[in-house]
Design a protein around this ligand. Structure first.
Ligand code: UDP
Ligand code: MG
Length: 315
C-alpha cells in the first residue's frame, strides 16, 4: 500500500431488538476499521428495524461519537430482508457488506471477503461450515429448506449461506434495480449472476439475546422464498391434476369392466363420498396456491414503498 486509500466498504447491519449485543458489534466493527485503515476505508450503516428495546438509543449514542456510524431507523418493523435492502439503498461504498448484529458471523471476515473480491469477484458470500449453538431442529429444517428451494427454483442458491456477504458496487447497483416487495435477498443475489465465490467460515453462537426468527417466521420465510422465486408450485398443481384425472379414468374403466363382464355389484356410497371429500380438499388447496400468487400480484401492483424511514443520523 502506498498510503493512499481510495476504496470504501459500507457495512450494513440490520438491527432488531439487539440491545444485548449491539455495543459489542459496534466496537468489533470499529476495531476492524482501525486495524485495516491502511488498506480500505469503512463506514457503517445500522438499520434499526423498529426495535422496541434500547437498541436505537445505543446506536444514537455511538453515531454521535463517530461520524462514520450512520443510523437508519425504519418507521416500524419491516423485517430482516427489507432492513437489509434499506441499508443497501443508502450505501455509497465501493463495496457493500451485510452482516447480522448478533455476531454469529465474524465481522473480521469482511476484510478477507474484500481481499477475495479484489481478486475479481463481484460477490463473495459466507458459507457456513458449522452452526454452533443451533439446535438439531434448526439444522435439519435449514437443510430441508435449501434442498426444496434448489428443486423449486431455476437459479442455483448455494446451500448454507445466509445474508453475510460482500458485493461490488456494480452488483449492488444491479441489486438496487430489483424492487420486488417479497424479497428473498439470498436468492436475488445469485440471480444477478456476476462472478461469485464462497468463503467458508465457522458460524458462531449468538453473542447474546435470542433468535428473531422463531419457527413461525422461519416457515413464512421459507414459503415466501419459494413463492417469490418460483412458479413451480403451479406446475406441480397441473401435474397433480393430470395425475388424478388419470387415476379417475383408470378407476372408471375398471368399474365399467366389472359392470359389463362380471356379476360383481360395486357398492358405492362410502367410496364416492370419500372421493368427493378428498378431491374437494385437493381442489381447495390448489386454489389456495393460486391465491397466494394472486395475493403477491396484488401486493406488487399497489406499488407502496418497501419501507419508510423514521430517522436518519449521519446519513
Ligand atoms: N432482524 C431484523 N428484523 C427482523 C428480524 C431480525 O432486522 O424482523 C435482524 C436481527 O437483529 C439480526 C439479523 O436480522 O441482526 C438476523 O436475525 P437473527 O439473528 O435473529 O436470525 P438467525 O441468525 O437466528 O437466523
Ligand atoms: Mg443470528
Amino acid at each position: 500500500m502506498n498510503g493512499v486509500i481510495n476504496e470504501k466498504i459500507t457495512v450494513v447491519v440490520p438491527v432488531f431488538n439487539e440491545q444485548e449485543s449491539i455495543a459489542e458489534t459496534i466496537s468489533r466493527l470499529i476495531r476492524i476499521r482501525e486495524i485495516s485503515c491502511n488498506e480500505v476505508d469503512f463506514d457503517l450503516i445500522f438499520v434499526d428495524d423498529g426495535s422496541s428495546d434500547a437498541s436505537l438509543m445505543k446506536l444514537r449514542e455511538a453515531s454521535s461519537q463517530h461520524s462514520f456510524i450512520k443510523v437508519l431507523a425504519l418507521s416500524r418493523n419491516f423485517g430482516h430482508q427489507i432492513a437489509i435492502t434499506a441499508g443497501i439503498d443508502y450505501s455509497d461504498g465501493d463495496y457493500v457488506a451485510v452482516i447480522d448484529a448478533d455476531l454469529q458471523d465474524p465481522p473480521e471476515l469482511i476484510v478477507d471477503m474484500y481481499r477475495r473480491a479484489k481478486e475479481g469477484f463481484d460477490v463473495v458470500y459466507g458459507k457456513r461450515r458449522s452452526r454452533a449453538g443451533e439446535t438439531v431442529f434448526k439444522k435439519v429444517t435449514a437443510s430441508v429448506f435449501y434442498r426444496l428451494l434448489r428443486y423449486m427454483c431455476e437459479i442455483d442458491i448455494p446451500s448454507d449461506t445466509g445474508d453475510f456477504r460482500i458485493m461490488s458496487r456494480r452488483a449492488v447497483d444491479a441489486f438496487n434495480s430489483m424492487r420486488e416487495r417479497h424479497r428473498f435477498v439470498r436468492g436475488m443475489v445469485p440471480w444477478l449472476g456476476f462472478k461469485h465465490v464462497a468463503l467458508e467460515y465457522e458460524r458462531a453462537e449468538r453473542f447474546a439475546g435470542v433468535t428473531k426468527y422463531p419457527l413461525k417466521k422461519m416457515i413464512a420465510f421459507a414459503v415466501n422464498a419459494i413463492l417469490s422465486f418460483s412458479s413451480k408450485p403451479l406446475t406441480l398443481a397441473i401435474r397433480a391434476g393430470l395425475f388424478t384425472i388419470l387415476v379417475g379414468m383408470a378407476g372408471g374403466a375398471y368399474m365399467l369392466y366389472l359392470k359389463l363382464f362380471t356379476d360383481v355389484v360395486v357398492p358405492g356410497l362410502t367410496a364416492i363420498l370419500l372421493t368427493i371429500v378428498i378431491f374437494g380438499g385437493i381442489q381447495i388447496l390448489l386454489i389456495g396456491v393460486v391465491g397466494e400468487y394472486i395475493a403477491r400480484i396484488f401486493e406488487e401492483v399497489k406499488g407502496r414503498p418497501l419501507y419508510l424511514v423514521g430517522e436518519t443520523i449521519n446519513v
